[in-house]
Design a protein around this ligand. Structure first.
Ligand code: SAH
Ligand code: SF4
Ligand code: F3S
Length: 445
């Protein structure tokens, strides 16, 4: 059997695509951990920030000597940088054999055959407007994974002014509900208990397609699948967060009480320039309503600091918003110019050192809030879906609460808790996790 070395960068959608690539290659290739051993090297890339893109180039450069030593090896770049750069990648890296856009991964087998036959590099970055990806379920034998993710829609139509995604992932297309349900059912039959539904803006699921359910309806359909215990989804666009979806958090028992709702900035002036389609007040009103419907919901968000024209006052508005909402966790980024994105033309770029300083202020503030929220768990009993032994401390078990907090906990020896739903009593907090003690099993693996 030949060997494939696959590296994945970027979002969960890329992780999903990588799993499909491995599934499509299985039978001919087995995954390996060292590029030196591989017959096929694939880098699945992300272009969302400049740093992500640069990482790909330095990695691609490093494989040049492998190709020189073993010309029969096939080296490919997949994903969003492949889509963005196309042919240009071959000019920059003459040792590449393959440039593969996200929509084209499903043809990997025939494309590899063509490379082997012709010994010519291939660039496959076409995008179709009505693209329907096939249902591909990775074989999970032996691995007993507890969680899985399923893409429910491709692309994005929002064109936030800083963002490259609509250009590299194309227009929004929802997958038919029957494909989604079939894929989840197959995963559940293999032992998966928690599924995360993926899309750049899941709230507009099915809006463009005739006869499709809404996202809230799709959630209710997924919740009907027996032996599936937990459902999560990401990402939701604040503008399209509907009352119906908010109610699902109270009504759909399997839906976990966590919402990732990227706000990006607390300043109305910046939000407008970002083309986000909501104001700070509208965003806060949705949060208020959501907490009224589901008081225990945990919230996380994405923040961009140093968007072109962001003043100290604009930035202060972001800090106030973080104080006001009190997110469980945030992901914060320094703005960087991206190809095609409109904001690259905006003047008044914020200097790097100002961005770095703002980012560190955001980190300091959020670290305090996260710690306070974590502490509020001490003395409580929480439901945890056990993923397995902790990687760093194998004597502890690890899993997540419904609110998506990581919990490491001790249990009496001899119990095999992997895949079980248990109650854990929280006794302490770590930097990014909660610590506790096993109490009892709700449902066995
Ligand atoms: N679809 C999701 C997010 C996709 S990208 C949404 O609508 O929120 C993930 C995050 O990367 C974004 O939320 C944003 O915070 C960040 N990001 C995107 N483009 C960026 C850029 N040019 N510079 C810095 N951060 C960026
Ligand atoms: Fe990018 Fe905006 Fe689409 Fe998210 S919603 S992927 S930030 S354009
Ligand atoms: Fe990156 Fe593409 Fe995802 S740009 S964030 S891998 S959609």
């Amino acid at each position: 059997m030949k060997k494939v070395y696959l590296r994945t960068f970027g979002c969960q959608m890329n992780e999903y695509d990588s799993e499909r690539l491995l599934a499509l290659l299985s039978g001919e290739y087995v995954p390996c951990q060292a590029p030196e051993e591989a017959d096929l090297i694939l880098i699945n890339t992300c272009s969302v920030r400049r740093k992500a893109e640069e990482k790909v180039y330095s990695m691609a450069g490093r494989f040049k000597h492998l190709k020189a030593r073993r010309p029969e090896i096939i080296i490919g770049i997949c994903g969003c940088v492949a889509q963005q750069e196309g042919e240009r990648l071959l000019k920059r890296f003459p040792h590449l054999d393959l440039v593969l856009g996200p929509q084209n991964i499903y043809r990997i087998r025939e494309i590899l055959e063509e490379i082997e036959r012709t010994r010519r590099p291939q660039v496959r970055v076409e995008m179709e407007s009505g693209f329907r990806p096939p249902v591909v379920v990775p074989s999970l034998d032996g691995k007993r994974p507890i969680k899985a993710q399923v893409t429910i829609m491709q692309g994005c139509d929002n064109f936030c002014s800083y963002c490259v995604v609509p250009y590299v992932r194309g227009r929004e297309i929802s997958r038919p509900p029957e494909d989604i349900l079939r894929e989840i059912e197959c995963l559940v039959r293999q032992g998966v208990r928690e599924v995360t539904l993926l899309g750049q803006n899941v709230n507009s699921y099915g809006k463009k397609e005739k006869g499709f359910p809404s996202f809230a309806e799709l959630l209710r359909m997924v919740a009907e699948i027996p032996d599936l215990w937990r459902i999560r989804f990401t990402t939701s666009h604040p503008r399209d967060l509907s009352e119906d979806l908010m109610r699902a958090f109270a009504e759909v028992k399997k839906l976990c009480e966590h919402l990732h709702l990227p706000v990006q900035s607390g300043s109305n002036r910046i939000l407008r320039r970002m083309n986000r389609g909501y104001t700070r007040e509208e965003y806060l009103e949705k949060i208020r309503r959501l907490r009224e419907i589901c008081p225990e919901i945990a919230l996380t968000t994405d923040i961009i600091v140093g968007f072109p024209g962001e003043t100290e006052e604009d930035f202060a508005e972001t800090l106030f918003l973080l104080e006001e909402v009190r997110y469980d966790e945030i992901f914060s980024f320094k703005y960087s110019d991206r190809p095609y994105a409109r904001a690259r033309e905006f003047p008044e770029k914020v200097p790097e050192e100002v961005k770095a300083e703002r980012l560190s202020r955001v980190h300091t503030l959020q670290a305090r809030i996260t710690e306070e929220i974590n502490r509020s768990y001490i003395g409580r009993e929480v439901e945890v879906l056990v993923e397995g032994p902790s990687e760093t401390r194998p004597e502890l078990w690890t899993g997540r609460t419904r609110t998506n907090h990581v919990v490491n906990f001790s249990a009496p020896p001899g119990l095999d808790l992997k895949g079980a739903l248990v109650y854990v009593f929280i006794k302490d907090t770590g930097k990014h996790s909660l610590r506790g003690e096993y109490r009892r099993t709700i449902q066995g693996p």
